[in-house]
Unconditional design. Structure first.
Length: 361
């Protein structure tokens, strides 16, 4: 997404600059009324953008000590290509299950949901089913502040202000700014209560990819205009305003929430089965390659255990590698004999290790 430089109020300029707002501490405000007044001035100064908000318990920073706001699918300081591919695979599996369950439940708008992956991803993101290329924001300052204080045991919370292009459609794609803006109230079926109570929007990049060249372009901090620090107590709201209770932010008897909980169980089962199959498939090639390598030293080598012993003896400079192979061999035995004892994350990690070692030998 394209980077912007916002215009700051005189009060903010005494505290930070447009270019260092992400690295500097949040500007402290003591009341909701004061924050609203700050936002009013910011909105007036930044006429080229619509202001959106996000509330958080913590000010998460990247390695450059800059506030960072990656969509969940890209979050990790050391995200490998195989892990990213796995996350997109998980997202696609969850999308298929979502459509099937919504159809069975005769949810309104199923035809449109079937046709548009962005709507599928929006539902999965907002109900926290799996990682997606979108991040939640809101146009309601009250919602953002309520979220920032929700289940927060710290003294303070953070409110972030982002400048986004004006939008005209339910799903607005702005190629000039490389942004997608999805208005959840317009695309969610009426059985999905949560988006209507939270006044939610989702933001992502225009060209959603799993082979990006520059990860920083996916960070919403490119659109950050201001950062505020608010007290985490009821005095912040004063006598004229009230925090939105958790029961309203996460309303009960939400039909889509119940469906999404079912999706989480099904997608884990499906992917675990898929990953086990991939592991066993790669393992066959892996085992054959290790045994053949050991036969260079001792021709009468027929099992993986024998091969590891031979290679440790004749190639001691690579002992670290063959010790890891033995660890994988033990995991493989556990996977075959007791598949229910391993998690999907373990299988995925071992798949990555297996592929990496296969490339080294």
């Amino acid at each position: 997404m394209r980077n912007i430089t916002g215009k700051l109020t005189p009060e903010l300029l005494k505290h930070t600059t447009s270019k260092t707002v992400g690295k500097d501490d949040g500007y402290k405000v003591s009341t909701f009324r004061q924050l609203v007044e700050q936002i009013a001035n910011l909105s007036y100064l930044n006429k080229d953008y619509l202001l959106f908000f996000r509330g958080q318990k913590n000010d998460y920073r990247n390695t450059n000590n800059n506030s960072t706001f990656y969509p969940t699918i890209y979050r990790s300081d050391y995200l490998t290509q195989s892990e990213l591919d796995f996350r997109f695979e998980k997202l696609n599996s969850a999308s298929k299950i979502l459509v099937d369950l919504l159809r069975k439940s005769k949810i309104n708008g199923i035809t449109e949901i079937e046709r548009k992956k962005y709507i599928q991803w929006s539902i999965l993101q907002h109900y926290e089913v799996t990682e997606t290329p979108f991040i939640d924001v809101t146009q309601s300052l009250r919602v953002a502040c309520s979220f920032a204080q929700l289940n927060n045991d710290k003294e303070n919370a953070f409110i972030y202000v982002f400048g986004l292009p004006y939008f005209t459609n339910r799903i607005s794609i702005n190629s000039e700014h490389d942004l997608i803006n999805i208005r959840l109230l317009s695309i969610s079926p009426p059985q999905a209560l949560r988006p209507y109570f939270q006044e939610g929007y989702l933001i992502g990049t225009d060209d959603v990819v799993n082979d990006y060249s520059n990860k920083s372009e996916l960070d919403l901090n490119n659109r950050l205009i201001a950062k505020y620090e608010i007290p985490n107590n009821d005095n912040f709201w004063g006598n004229d305003f009230n925090k939105i209770p958790e029961s309203a932010l996460y309303p009960p008897n939400d039909t889509i929430q119940a469906i999404c909980k079912e999706i989480q169980v099904e997608v884990e089962t499906e992917l675990n089965s898929s990953n086990i199959g991939n592991f066993i498939k790669i393992w066959t090639e892996f085992e054959h390659k290790i045994i053949n390598k050991a036969k260079i030293h001792i021709r009468d080598t027929h099992t993986l255990s024998q091969a590891i012993y031979v290679l440790l003896k004749y190639e001691p400079d690579r002992s670290y590698l063959y010790s890891e192979i033995d660890h994988l061999r033990k995991f493989r035995n556990k996977l075959v004999h007791k598949p229910s004892s391993v998690s999907n994350e373990e299988v995925q990690k071992m798949n990555e290790n297996l592929i990496n070692i296969l490339n080294l030998i």
